[in-house]
Design a protein around this ligand. Structure first.
Ligand code: IMP
Length: 198
């Protein structure tokens, strides 16, 4: 098997929460990690995919084409079973400007279905461009359930309403290390780290 050991990787995200988590996982590799902050001139590709994997591929290929860098992109989000998997790939742009508003929307949609909570999962699809033009892909998933009202102020996004039973806390009540040990992104980027370290 050909070993692929880039010395530099572009992490194709502007989300500061994601960047912090990803640096925590890949930071000890002998690889320089760039982010989109180093490429502010690049237009954002439209995330037209209907799956996390499709959107991760769109971002990886677009930013690799725009920069010439080996590019790692991830697309992630929250799937709520009682809402038929919503907000899913629309997690970032789901109803409401702030997360307080998004949480209120979720509470209202659940109430309309006679529910106050639901099983849910975070999913992370990761795609990395390879020198031959193919993509290396993986995914990570963490199962939990909704906690409304929200609890905790660590993490980002939907973390305060995602209760993780094994810890008996929401993801927003965890340290970065505790979250990475179980999270969707932690799983996917540990697989990437293993691939790059083999
Ligand atoms: P993306 O940038 O299109 O992948 O959007 C991902 C969105 O999903 C984020 O903006 C958050 O709303 C949500 N999300 C993904 N991962 C997490 C997480 O680890 N915690 C909380 N929310 C997340």
């Amino acid at each position: 098997m050909t070993v692929f050991r880039p010395t530099r990787l572009l992490i194709a995200t502007t989300n500061a929460g994601k960047v912090r988590e990803i640096r925590g996982i890949l930071g000890d590799l002998p690889i320089t990690l760039a982010t989109l902050a180093d490429h502010a001139e690049l237009p954002e590709p439209e995330e037209t995919g209907s799956t996390f994997a499709a959107n991760a591929r769109i971002k990886a290929l677009a930013y690799a084409a725009g920069t010439g860098e080996v590019t790692v992109a991830e697309d992630s989000g929250l799937e709520i079973d009682a809402l038929d998997g919503e907000p899913g790939v629309r997690s970032a742009r789901f109803n409401g400007e702030s997360y307080v508003e998004k949480f209120a929307t979720i509470a209202r949609l659940l109430a309309e279905r006679g529910a106050t909570t639901s099983t849910a999962r975070f999913v992370c699809a990761l795609a990395m461009t390879l020198p031959d033009g193919r993509l290396w892909e993986t995914t990570g998933t963490v199962e939990g359930r909704l906690q409304l009202p929200a609890r905790g102020d660590a993490g980002f996004g939907y973390d305060p309403i995602f209760y993780y039973p094994d810890y008996d806390r929401t993801l927003a009540e965890l340290t970065d290390q505790e979250k990475a040990a179980v999270s969707h992104r932690g799983q996917a980027f540990r697989r990437l780290r293993d691939y790059l370290s083999q």
